[in-house]
Design a protein. Structure first.
Length: 290
């Protein structure tokens, strides 16, 4: 949009005529987030609460449009090629539209480097996983937030890295990101109530996404329980005892995109539980992308 036209439209945001405002709003919402600085400047210069509220709503709508587009583009990538970290950041931008993924990348990289110092090629996958668990849960104290389980903040990677607390879904995604960063063949499993992480036979790791047959899972990790390690036999027993069918649906690794969907679903539940119903419709729009 030409600057002169943008300035004219922004000026009209103060117009008391509702019809004029709706026309201006419609035109501004055709644009992208590039016009947000002009809107923020107008907000700072305005002393009218109604006008400021109008501007805030337009800014939020433009930010959501960018979040929606970002998540849509991530989902549209070829299955198996999506970067789980990027998908998590796309969800973060729903609440934190100005989030700089580079900041989170640096934190993840620092974690990776710290763990890498204790690893060597002679270690088995189980030994490497034990070291990873010790670092994440014992040394750094990451855990599911049991004291405030319904908080929406549990759903966002930037908050998880800051507070070291998250939801069962966010903790599992975070764990998988770190595990892959140290080259473990880690994949998410859609276990009831909280996702598990499966360590897969390295030769089959590249075939997990879109696989039509059982994948050879070596063992499972429960990030919601301080990285407790369990076997397929124990998983099958639990699923059978609780009548979950078919067992493969809850025991086999699934594509990453499913767990970003689970993350958005948990975000919807969290906001509803604390009464932030105004975010409900927008989150449902995100869910419609999957």
């Amino acid at each position: 949009m030409e600057q002169e036209r943008l300035n004219a439209l922004v000026t009209l945001l103060d117009d008391p005529d509702k019809t004029v405002f709706e026309m201006v709003e419609q035109e501004l919402l055709k644009e992208d987030e590039a016009i947000i600085p002009a809107l923020e400047k107008k907000w700072e210069q305005s002393f009218d609460e109604n006008s400021q509220s109008r501007i805030e709503n337009i800014i939020q709508s433009l930010q959501f449009k960018k979040t929606y587009s970002g998540l849509k583009n991530w989902i549209a990538q070829t299955p198996g090629t999506q970067d789980l970290f990027e998908g998590f950041c796309a969800v973060d931008k729903f609440q934190y539209p100005d989030l700089n993924p580079l900041t989170l990348t640096l934190k993840i990289e620092n974690l990776r480097k710290s763990i890498w110092l204790d690893l060597n090629n002679s270690l088995t996958l189980l030994e490497k996983t034990t070291i990873l668990n010790h670092f994440i849960f014992n040394l750094n104290g990451y855990s599911v937030n049991l004291s405030n389980p319904d908080s929406p903040q549990n759903c966002f990677l930037n908050q998880l890295l800051e507070t070291k607390h998250g939801s069962p879904v966010s903790m599992s995604i975070f764990y998988t990101i770190i595990a892959r960063a140290i080259e473990l063949p880690a994949y998410l499993v859609d276990f009831p109530k909280n996702p598990l992480v499966a360590i897969v036979d390295a030769e089959l790791a590249q075939k997990v996404h879109g696989a039509t047959r059982e994948t050879e899972v070596l063992f499972y990790i429960n990030p919601s329980n301080k990285g407790a390690i369990t076997s397929r036999k124990e998983i099958d027993y639990h699923l059978k005892r609780n009548d979950y069918k078919p067992i493969e649906e809850f025991a086999e690794p699934k594509p990453d995109v499913l767990f970003i969907k689970r993350q958005v679903e948990s975000m919807l539940e969290a906001y509803e539980s604390v009464g932030y119903t105004e975010k409900k419709e927008k989150i449902k729009q995100l869910l419609s992308l999957f």
